[in-house]
Design a protein around this ligand. Sequence first.
Ligand SMILES: Nc1ncnc2c1ncn2[C@@H]1O[C@H](COP(=O)(O)OP(=O)(O)OP(=O)(O)O)[C@@H](O)[C@H]1O
Ligand SMILES: [Mg+2]
Length: 135
Amino acid sequence: MAVEDNTGTLPLRTEEDIVASRQKVRALTQLLKFSLVDQTKMITAASELSRNTVVHGGGGQMRWELLDEGLRRGLRLHFEDEGPGIADTKLALTDGWTSGGGMGLGLPGSKRLVQEFELQSAPGQGTRVSITRWK
Ligand SMILES: Nc1ncnc2c1ncn2[C@@H]1O[C@H](COP(=O)(O)OP(=O)(O)OP(=O)(O)O)[C@@H](O)[C@H]1O
Ligand SMILES: [Mg+2]
């Protein structure tokens, strides 16, 4: 495993960036030898959060970390933007709630697909979502 792959960032500004982030997450989950089902879970969650960063956050970045705690290995992804932020994060995590146009399933769905999920956001403070899956 190349050392430079242990952490890194990708920009999230365009549709092409969303595709690139999916490809990066697929490659990282394969590197970690995740099962096909677990690969798909992480890629699906990353895809939703990448899209939120682009569509709602006005663009930002995805940062990844390969975690190695000796007994377990995992992948942590951070989605970060300096956009308008979310006034009510509990509401935003409710199935079906959207501020407009969407299905309102991206955030709550992503949360169900991973083992650790953290959402930090406030109006004017941007949004940071971190997700982790362990192998
Ligand atoms: N990065 C972000 N910046 C600002 N607001 C966000 C961000 N991510 C999510 N939100 C807010 O949280 C709401 C819920 O997000 P969620 O992804 O669950 O649904 P959606 O994007 O509206 O629809 P879907 O993802 O199902 O197409 C969004 O409608 C938006 O108002
Ligand atoms: Mg969404």
